[in-house]
Design a protein around this ligand. Structure first.
Ligand code: SAM
Length: 245
């Protein structure tokens, strides 16, 4: 997969050189490029923002540097059958979740446009629709200072789903949100720590019982912490006997 990120703070994306995503880049599993929006300005101050039409607080990102940057990224990709996906982080976008991470992990190129200030001139989004499949995406119902933190989270969530990025693909199957539930609690050695014991079933060696306990814990924890997930869960996909809460 190729990922392009456009930002006025390219150094904000430095963590994408670390850990599993950094290794995926080194191993050629992920081709990630970070672009400085200011490289696509033409004035001597390299300005990317201006006052909002209609008045009000804050500044708005200018259309032309964004169009130049996005056109350059689309061009670098060369001629393809499908349009690349342009993700515009925005608190006014669709909510990012694991299902969307899986969907986006199927794409061959993702472009992320990191907004700042009051956001990007809306005409850029309209123009971009001619060249990209545009998806405004929100990390959650709160406001960040810029799109970079949202991009770090999304690239990590999407990148770890790419084949070969996570060493043991089984860990992707068992984790929270992969089947609509939260993950069960996990423990490691020692079996007893500060008067707290690991649940005995996990030491039993009985794989059937362990699987049953874990399933039960998934439902218990989801009901306790995220009952909204249980409501939207398709009960038909899971054995009725598992529904112990
Ligand atoms: N005025 C905008 C509004 O009220 O919708 C908020 C602008 S915010 C200060 C600047 C930039 O941060 C946005 O353009 C977007 O790129 C990013 N951002 C802020 N909150 C976000 C969120 N919850 N999810 C994704 N991106 C976000």
């Amino acid at each position: 997969m190729r990922i392009d990120v456009v930002s006025i703070f390219p150094e904000y994306l430095a963590p994408l050189e670390l850990s599993l995503i950094g290794k995926a880049r080194q191993d050629g599993l992920l081709d990630l490029h970070v672009h400085d929006l200011r490289d696509f300005t033409t004035d001597k101050h390299r300005s990317v923002d201006d006052t909002p039409y209609g008045g009000g607080a804050g500044m708005v990102m200018k259309a032309e540097p964004w169009a130049q940057a996005l056109a350059s990224v689309a061009e670098a990709r060369g001629v393809q059958d499908s349009k690349p996906v342009l993700i515009v982080p925005s608190p006014a976008g669709e909510r990012f979740n694991q299902a969307l991470a899986y969907e986006l992990a199927e794409e061959d190129q993702l472009v992320f446009a990191c907004g700042r200030y009051e956001g990007i001139d809306e005409r850029v989004i309209e123009w971009a629709e001619e060249h990209f499949t545009v998806r405004p995406v929100s990390l959650g119902d709160y406001v960040l200072n810029g799109g970079e933190v949202a991009v770090l989270a999304m690239v990590e969530a999407i990148g770890r789903l790419l084949p070969g990025v996570v060493g043991n693909p089984e860990s992707l199957v068992e984790e929270s949100h992969s089947d609509g539930l939260l993950e069960y609690p996990v423990y490691t050695k020692p079996a007893s720590w500060r008067d707290r014991d690991v649940p005995a079933v996990l030491l039993s060696g009985n794989h059937g019982k362990i699987a049953q306990w874990r399933r039960h814990e998934q439902y218990r924890r989801t009901a306790e912490r995220r009952p909204d997930l249980l409501e939207s869960l398709d009960a038909g996909t899971l054995p009725r006997a598992d529904r112990t809460v």
